[in-house]
Design a protein around this ligand. Structure first.
Ligand code: ZN
Length: 170
């Protein structure tokens, strides 16, 4: 009798934990999917799970990769949201390459001519020779250590180049 009660209690606890977790996951997804800031994020992060890239990337590079994925960066697609410099989303052009492209993460990694040299150095040709948003998302979903490190190095150096452009313009 005692064993039966203990098993029932354990079952109830497991069931409770499972429902709390499911409820949390649902709330997380509702928040992420409604966010206008993290619209790209929802394309590659569809479930609340531990990211393997966190183990693969060295600490010094993890920051660059993670910030790009969650849209915490200085690109116009984000900075164009704010008061003094705000622009409608479709007018947040890249001011560095004069392409009239929106300066979003895809433009930054695969398109912008300001970073052509370092792109050749760090990014696999397949992602920028005939670029597409689909390929870009595949790159962000990648779990290959070498490719993740190279992408993170690209982001780090491209941001450095971008900051130098900003400095010159001020
Ligand atoms: Zn550009």
């Amino acid at each position: 009798m005692f064993i039966y009660k203990k098993t029932t209690l354990q079952y109830a606890i497991l069931l409770f934990k499972s429902r709390v977790l499911e409820s949390y996951k649902q709330e997380w997804w509702n928040t992420v999917s409604k966010s206008t800031v993290m619209d790209v994020y929802t394309f590659f992060k569809t479930s609340l799970e531990y990211e393997l890239c966190l183990d693969v990337l060295p600490k010094s590079l993890r920051l660059y990769f993670t910030r790009l994925r969650i849209s915490v960066h200085p690109l116009r697609i984000q900075t164009g949201r704010y008061a003094n410099d705000s622009k409608p989303r479709n007018e947040r052009y890249c001011i560095y390459c004069n392409s009239k492209d929106i300066e979003d993460e895809y433009h930054f990694v695969c398109i912008c001519s300001c970073y052509t040299e370092i792109r050749r150095k760090y990014i696999d040709k397949n992602f920028y020779v005939k670029p597409s948003v689909y390929k870009y998302l595949e790159l962000l979903k990648c779990t290959d250590k070498t490719q993740l490190i190279r992408l993170s190095l690209y982001i780090k150096h491209a941001l450095k180049i971008r900051n130098q452009h900003v400095y010159v313009e001020i």
